[in-house]
Each structure stands twice: as structure tokens, then as C-alpha cells.
Design a protein around this ligand. Structure first.
Ligand SMILES: Nc1ncnc2c1ncn2[C@@H]1O[C@H](COP(=O)(O)OP(=O)(O)O)[C@@H](O)[C@H]1O
Ligand SMILES: CC(=O)OP(=O)(O)O
Ligand SMILES: [Mg+2]
Length: 425
């Protein structure tokens, strides 16, 4: 780095309840310098996998270490040590900022925001509506601030992209005073992915995002659908929390809310037990004991009826959302599949649109079977609506938003961040 050049590197942290995923990117050319993952934090068998990529994208220098990592603070210190071993330490003057995925930003944050004490306090206030995610996000931010107090830390919120939803999509039909008193409404999540994928889908179609209507199906462990009209989110399947909507790895998605009263009154379960049941013991794992779609497909192919039922319920819900968002959008230019399941499970894509020719939807078996990291069309040329696989890249999007906010130097970011905020949550 010469004296006049500005730092261009951004470290992105995605802290989950028991894991930290991270990437170091150079935003001068959007290249990746290192990627890694710490998993099973808090257990004896924690594992850190670190891959430096500066010497080439083959991952040849991959390093792995196992052994207890007590908490997220220890995990981030271990990540900092690994980066330092490659000469990419957090003390580097080439680091422009650290970007953090924050799952719940309420209504206050519709833009990426430079973190200060007030922002931390707001993320903390939202813990009850993102109990699996916000506490880990906050620990990541606090540790990173301790390690580099001089560096801008930018929070990029999962909820931000969905703040454009119209009131009729964002509100629940419950007593309006009660809802407002407790800020109960639909916020939506995975917004960084929905924004990135809807934009990439327009690119794949050779069109301006403003001219394209897309249904994005983000199918990972957590899963959500969104309806994006001309680049703006108009509806999404997750709600007050990431529990609503599609069937997920361990979450139920939509249920009759009276199921919870019934569990309490008739089954004698506590609120915490019901929370745990719906968030961690439901969805695919609750239905068939597995939450990994690869394993479920293997069992389906072997004729396992429980796995087949779980798969069918998952697909049925997905198809209902495709139908619903077709009605919400009126005209659908593309349906884009993304995240671990959406990008890799051809059987899910095929089943999700089977028999929907009347909606213009179909997959071409040969195209659908292709494995690739590139965005690609899997529908036949004759289909009225494009079905596409568009790999998501939340880390790149977080890095880009972070870098754009701090302007590649350490001034000005805060004012712009504040200007981007809505009035109140
Ligand atoms: N080849 C594959 N076929 C089917 N499913 C896959 C494949 N690879 C990954 N998955 C699914 O992707 C899921 C993880 O997706 P991902 O987007 O990484 O989730 P998250 O970010 O929520 O951890 C796994 O649970 C697994 O079911
Ligand atoms: C919001 C959410 O569900 O995130 P994840 O898929 O990472 O659990
Ligand atoms: Mg994910």
C-alpha cells in the first residue's frame, strides 16, 4: 500500500449460534484472500478450517485445527491468529473495515450502518426476536471492536432489503394497537441474499433489475422465499422472526398459531419448550430425523417412507409460496433457486415446479442436472418463465456494502449510515 492509496480489504464475519464463517476480501478487485469457518463453538470438538487464497484459488494451503474453543470471543481471536500467520492479520493497515452480518435490525436499520454503542444497544434490544442469531452477531461485533477499536465496524442487516415491503404485506391481521405497542410485524430475513440473487438474476436475463420481477427461493438450513418487483422486495416468507414460512432444516415454518396454545394447555409444555420444539426439533429433522437434504434424498431413493413424507411436505410448502408470489407479482420473469439446497438439489427444483406449465414453469432435465458455480438457466427455452440457479454470495455482498459505506477510508461512513436510517422501529 502506498501512502496515497486507501486500504481496500474488508473482513466479513457471519457469526451463527455455534459457528463463525469469515472471509477476507480485497475490494480493489473483489478477490478473496482467505476464507474460513469455526464450528461447534463451546464444545470440546470445536474445529477451525482456514484457507488462504492469496497464492491462488485452489485452497492448497488449507489448515485445520480441532480442540475446544470456549466461546465466540475465543473463536474470533483464533481467526485473527490464523490470518496473522498468512501476513493478513487484523493489525494490517490495508484493512479498511470489518463487515458483520446481523440478522435482525428491526425497523431502525434499512441500510448498512457503522457500529457505535447505540447501534450495539439496538441489536441487543432485538435479541428476543432473533434469539438464535443476534447474540452471536453482537459478540462478533464486540470482539472485533476490541481487537481493532480504530477500524469502522459495519453491520449489514438481513432485514434491510425487506423494509420496502408494503404495509399490507408487512402487517399481521392482529389488533393494530397491540401490534404497534410491541413492534409486531413481518420483517423478513436473508435479505442480503435476496438482494444479491435478484440482481444477479436480472443480469442473467440481460435486463435491468428495475424491469424484472423475480421469485427468489433461498433454501439453506434456514429457508425463505421473496417476491421482488423491479429490484424491490414486496413480500417475503419469514416474519417477526426467522420461524415463519417455508419448511426448514429444523424449523416448522408456517403453522396455525393455535398449535402453540394447544401445546401449552393440553401437552403442558412451557413457552421455552415450545420455542425449542418449533425452532430446533421441527422441519425436516422433526419429520424424519435428518435435516441434510443429501441424506433425505438418499433415503427417499432407498424407499424410506418417513424421508419421502418429509420431502413431500417440504416441496408442497415451496410450491404454495411459488403460487402465492406469482399472484403477488402478477407477472413473473424468473424463479431463482439459491443457497445450499437450492443450488445443489436438482430433485428439489424439479419437484418444486413439476406440473406448473400453466404458470409458465418447467425445468429441462438435462440443464437441471448440470453442476456449476455459475448462474444458469435450467428451464427449456420454450418456457414462459425462466427457472434459474443463481448461487448466492452473502459475504461478497456484505463486503461490497461495507466498503461502499466506508468509502475505502475511515471517514464519512458514520454520517452516511445515519442518513440511511428510518425514523423509528
Ligand atoms: N449436494 C447437495 N444436495 C442437496 N442438498 C445439499 C447439497 N449440498 C448442500 N446441501 C444442503 O444445503 C444445506 C446448507 O445450506 P447453506 O446455504 O449452507 O445453509 P446455512 O447457510 O443455513 O448453513 C444443508 O443442510 C444441505 O441439506
Ligand atoms: C435468518 C436465518 O434463518 O439465517 P440462517 O439461515 O443463517 O439460519
Ligand atoms: Mg446461510
Amino acid at each position: 500500500m502506498t501512502e496515497s492509496s486507501r486500504p481496500t480489504r474488508v473482513l466479513v464475519l457471519n457469526s451463527g449460534s455455534s459457528s463463525v464463517k469469515y472471509q477476507l476480501l480485497d475490494m480493489a478487485d473483489s478477490s478473496r484472500l482467505a476464507v474460513g469457518l469455526v464450528e461447534r463453538i463451546g464444545e470440546k470438538t470445536s474445529r477451525l478450517v482456514h484457507t488462504p487464497l492469496a497464492g491462488g484459488p485452489d485452497g492448497a494451503g488449507k489448515r485445520e485445527r480441532t480442540g475446544p474453543i470456549a466461546d465466540h470471543t475465543a473463536a474470533l481471536r483464533a481467526v485473527a491468529d490464523e490470518l496473522a500467520r498468512d501476513g493478513l492479520g487484523l493489525d494490517s493497515p490495508e484493512l479498511a473495515a470489518i463487515g458483520h452480518r446481523v440478522v435482525h435490525g428491526g425497523l431502525k436499520f434499512s441500510e448498512p450502518t457503522v457500529v457505535d454503542d447505540a447501534v450495539c444497544a439496538e441489536i441487543e434490544r432485538l435479541v428476543p426476536v432473533a434469539p438464535l442469531h443476534n447474540p452471536a452477531n453482537l459478540t462478533g461485533i464486540r470482539t472485533a471492536r476490541e481487537l481493532r477499536p480504530d477500524l469502522p465496524q459495519v453491520a449489514v442487516f438481513d432485514t434491510a432489503f425487506h423494509t420496502t415491503m408494503p404495509e399490507h404485506a408487512a402487517r399481521y391481521a392482529i389488533d393494530i394497537e397491540t401490534a404497534d405497542a410491541h413492534r409486531i410485524r413481518r420483517y423478513g430475513f436473508h435479505g442480503t441474499s435476496h438482494a444479491y440473487v435478484s440482481r444477479k438474476t436480472a443480469e442473467l436475463l440481460g435486463k435491468d433489475p428495475a424491469d424484472v420481477n423475480v421469485i427468489v427461493l433461498h433454501l439453506g438450513n434456514g429457508a425463505s422465499a421473496s417476491a421482488v418487483a423491479g429490484g424491490r422486495c414486496v413480500d417475503t416468507s419469514m416474519g417477526l422472526t426467522p420461524l415463519e414460512g417455508l419448511v426448514m432444516g429444523t424449523r416448522s415454518g408456517d403453522i396455525d398459531p393455535a398449535v402453540t396454545f394447544h401445546l401449552e394447555r393440553v401437552a403442558g409444555m412451557s413457552t421455552d419448550e415450545i420455542d425449542e420444539l418449533l425452532n430446533k426439533k421441527s422441519g425436516l429433522v422433526g419429520l424424519c430425523g435428518d435435516n441434510d437434504m443429501r441424506e433425505i434424498r438418499r433415503r427417499v431413493d432407498e424407499g424410506d417412507p418417513r424421508a419421502a413424507l418429509a420431502f413431500d411436505i417440504y416441496i408442497h410448502r415451496l410450491r404454495k409460496y411459488i403460487g402465492a408470489y406469482t399472484a403477488v407479482l402478477g407477472r413473473v420473469d424468473a424463479v431463482a433457486f439459491t443457497a445450499g439446497v437450492g443450488e445443489n438439489a436438482a430433485a428439489v427444483r424439479e419437484a418444486a415446479v413439476a406440473g406448473l406449465e400453466a404458470l409458465g414453469l418447467a425445468v429441462d432435465a438435462e440443464r437441471n442436472a448440470v453442476r456449476s458455480d455459475e448462474p444458469r438457466i435450467v428451464s427449456p427455452d420454450s418456457a414462459g418463465t425462466v427457472v434459474a440457479v443463481v448461487p448466492t454470495d452473502e459475504e461478497l455482498e456484505i463486503a461490497a456494502q461495507t466498503f461502499a459505506l466506508v468509502g475505502g477510508d475511515r471517514s464519512g461512513g458514520e454520517d452516511r449510515a445515519r442518513a440511511g436510517r428510518a425514523d423509528d422501529a
